[in-house]
Design a binder for this molecule. Structure first.
Ligand code: FES
Length: 136
């Protein structure tokens, strides 16, 4: 027995809904760059892990903390303004985005090398004993 016209339409609509749902699932997350989602809630790191003239990425927390000069801490969002990847390293005085190799200055998050045309978004960092507390 072949399906009726009504059954065919119902099946087609059901498949279309499934396809749409699958598409939305594939696009979940931040929908940019690596698709790495990062939290931007409060976070902390031991001050001893943030070297003078360098910094540290708080993996999975959405922040990078730097210490351009002794006792002067800075914090930024890890989200690269170029295409939304997360910066992944601090080396030679710059914060590095692995996707297209943009570099940002540790002192203020400004662009040191493109393709990014704007700097990293600043975050708040406070010293709490031997720890650094970071928040948006
Ligand atoms: S997303 Fe960071 S350089 Fe392109």
């Amino acid at each position: 027995m072949s399906p009726t016209r009504r059954e065919l339409i119902r099946t087609t609509l059901g498949l279309a809904a499934l396809a749409t749902g699958a598409g939305l699932t594939a696009c979940s997350g931040d929908g940019k760059g690596q698709g790495v989602s990062s939290s931007s809630g409060p976070a902390s790191i031991a001050a001893s892990k943030v070297p003078v003239g360098g910094g540290a990425v708080l993996e999975g927390k959405g922040y990078v903390v730097t210490q351009p000069t002794k006792w002067a801490y800075k914090a930024f969002s890890t989200v690269c303004p170029h295409a939304g990847c997360n910066v992944s390293a601090v080396r030679d005085g710059v914060i590095i985005c692995p996707c297209h190799d943009s570099h940002f200055k540790i002192a203020d998050g400004s662009v040191a090398q493109g393709p990014a045309t704007t700097g990293l978004t600043a975050a708040t960092v406070t010293v709490d004993g031997s720890n650094l507390k970071v928040s948006a």
